[in-house]
Design a protein around this ligand. Structure first.
Ligand code: UDP
Length: 243
């Protein structure tokens, strides 16, 4: 068991990227369907008013600290949090290991054509990788049985679901047992970044913990979501005082 830190009612694992990869490896070996979530400040804020999401996160096998905000919150509350484990980076680490471990991967989500481009990119970056299927993330409820069937038939070891928060977590929680895929990860914009549809912040901005600012600049429509950050800081601080 990893150490868990409770942030605004959600238990987040306190671990390094290396430990997260090792733990995921163990989950694949165990063959039992499990959920891996990548918790940034926005997701944690959402869980404060979305009980379903909160319950899903608290029963997930692994909740990694995605984002400077999550790491800050854990430390502010007086807990150990070794480093940020970004969902995008975790996905890359797992794909890097996949050929050697013979892990099969399914890419589900994003706009039509994006998962195929992300697959091509993965094949270029990680020779020998087996991306055993793709499916875009825009569908109606009637399409879901067919999507489930497609994923089941492909028999992946890892399912990357890029449907955005909280849709991806809710979808995975609903279908995980039926899919019988060992590791199910909600990866947000990862396929977009891999496909080159969306850029990741330059390294210096990542290091300066300004990735959120870069995203807001690139997608002004998201800028409204930024108010979640100061609200998160205030909420975490208040929750500390209550203890
Ligand atoms: N997306 C999708 N189906 C939907 C809504 C969104 O596949 O019904 C995709 C969208 O194209 C994008 C990804 O979900 O590739 C993540 O979106 P966003 O960046 O908003 O994710 P978040 O920051 O919420 O994780």
């Amino acid at each position: 068991m990893n150490d868990k830190v409770e942030i605004l009612g959600v238990k987040v694992d306190s671990l390094t990227m290396k430990e997260a990869v090792q733990f995921t490896d163990d989950l694949i070996a165990a063959k039992k369907p499990s959920l891996v979530a990548t918790a940034n400040a926005e997701m944690l804020m959402r869980a404060t008013h979305d009980e379903e999401l909160k319950d899903i996160l608290n029963s997930a096998a692994l909740v990694v600290p995605d984002g400077a905000g999550t790491v800050w919150a854990a430390r502010h509350l007086g807990h150990e949090m070794p480093e940020r484990v970004a969902g995008y980076d975790l996905a890359q680490e797992l794909m890097k290991l996949a050929p050697q471990k013979s892990w099969r991967i399914f890419m589900f989500g994003s706009a039509p054509g994006v998962a195929e481009k992300a697959k091509a990119k993965a094949e270029e970056l990680y020779p020998g990788i087996e991306i055993v299927g793709t499916r875009d993330g825009f569908f109606s409820p009637e399409d879901e049985p067919e999507i489930v069937e497609k994923i089941k038939t492909a028999k992946p070891d890892i399912l990357f679901a890029a449907l955005g928060v909280p849709k991806q977590e809710k979808w995975l929680a609903k279908y995980m047992d039926e899919l019988n895929v060992p590791v199910n990860i909600g990866v947000g914009g990862t396929l977009d970044v891999m496909a080159g549809v969306m850029k990741r912040a330059p390294r210096w901005m990542q290091r300066a913990k300004l990735e959120w600012l870069f995203r807001a600049m690139l997608q002004p429509k998201r800028a409204g979501r930024l108010v979640a950050l100061p609200k998160f800081v205030i909420k975490v601080h208040k929750s500390k005082k209550k203890d």
